[in-house]
Design a protein. Structure first.
Length: 229
C-alpha cells in the first residue's frame, strides 16, 4: 500500500485519533498490512497472539463456536481495532475473526503497542475506553439473553448497531453493514426462525424497514420500547 494512503487510513483508526499526521506516518512505516478476501478467516483460537489488528478498510466479523453453532460477538468496521485480548494472554480467547467483505488490516505488535502507550498515554486511555464499551455491550447482550425475549434482544441490538455504525439518510438511520437473518440471530443467541419472526414484529410496529438487506431505523422510540430501554 502506498505510504500516504496508508497514513490517511491509519489516521481514521479510533485508537490513533490523538496522534499527529507525522506520528501516524512514522508509525505506519512499522506496521505491516495484509489484504483479506471476503469470507477469509484471519485468525482462530489456535493462533498465538501478540498482535493487535487495526482495520483500515472493510468489515470483520468476530465469532465463537458453541455446540456446533457460530455465535457472532460483533462486527468491526473501518477504523476499528480487534484481537486485543492477545496482548495480555497471548491467545485469542476462543475467538475467530473473518472478513465480512474485502478488507485491509494493519498489524501492530505487542511491543509497538506498549511503546506507543508509554510515549503517548492518550493512546492507552483510548484503548481502555474502546475496550470498556465493547465489554459493556457484551455484558448487556449476555444479560438480555437470560432475561429478555427475542424481539427485545433484537431491538436492543439494532439500537446498538444504529449508535455504533448508523448513518443518517433521507430515509432515517441506515446501518451500512448488510446482515442476514442468520447473522442477526447469532448476535442475539436465537435461531433464524425466531429472529425472522422478531424482525417481522419490528417491521409491523414501524420501528425498522429492510431494503436490499440494509436495516433502516424508522422509529428509535419504538425500538427503545420493545428493548425495554
Amino acid at each position: 500500500m502506498e505510504e500516504r494512503e496508508k497514513a490517511r487510513l491509519l489516521s481514521a483508526v479510533d485508537l490513533l485519533e490523538s496522534l499527529s499526521r507525522e506520528e501516524v506516518e512514522k508509525l505506519g512505516r512499522r506496521l505491516p498490512e495484509i489484504s483479506l478476501n471476503g469470507g477469509q478467516v484471519l485468525f482462530t483460537p489456535a493462533h498465538q497472539g501478540g498482535v493487535i489488528f487495526l482495520l483500515l478498510r472493510g468489515r470483520v466479523r468476530l465469532y465463537r463456536m458453541a455446540e456446533g453453532r457460530e455465535i457472532t460477538l460483533g462486527v468491526v468496521g473501518t477504523g476499528g481495532m480487534f484481537g486485543e485480548a492477545a496482548l495480555t494472554a497471548g491467545r485469542r480467547h476462543g475467538a475467530y475473526a473473518q472478513a465480512a467483505e474485502p478488507s485491509e488490516v494493519a498489524l501492530m505488535s505487542r511491543d509497538i503497542f506498549h511503546r506507543l502507550v508509554r510515549d503517548r498515554p492518550e493512546v492507552g486511555l483510548k484503548a481502555t475506553e474502546l475496550l470498556s464499551k465493547r465489554l459493556s455491550f457484551c455484558e448487556d447482550r449476555m444479560a438480555d439473553m437470560g432475561l429478555k425475549e427475542v424481539p427485545a434482544r433484537l431491538a436492543a441490538l439494532v439500537l446498538h448497531l444504529c449508535e455504533s455504525e448508523g448513518i443518517v439518510t433521507g430515509e432515517g438511520y441506515k446501518i451500512p453493514t448488510r446482515y442476514t437473518h442468520q447473522q442477526l440471530g447469532e448476535m442475539v443467541g436465537a435461531k433464524r426462525v425466531a429472529t425472522t419472526r422478531a424482525l417481522g414484529k419490528l417491521r409491523r410496529i414501524g420501528a425498522v424497514e429492510f431494503k436490499q438487506r440494509h436495516i433502516y431505523v424508522r422509529d428509535v422510540e419504538a425500538l427503545q420500547g420493545v428493548a425495554g430501554k
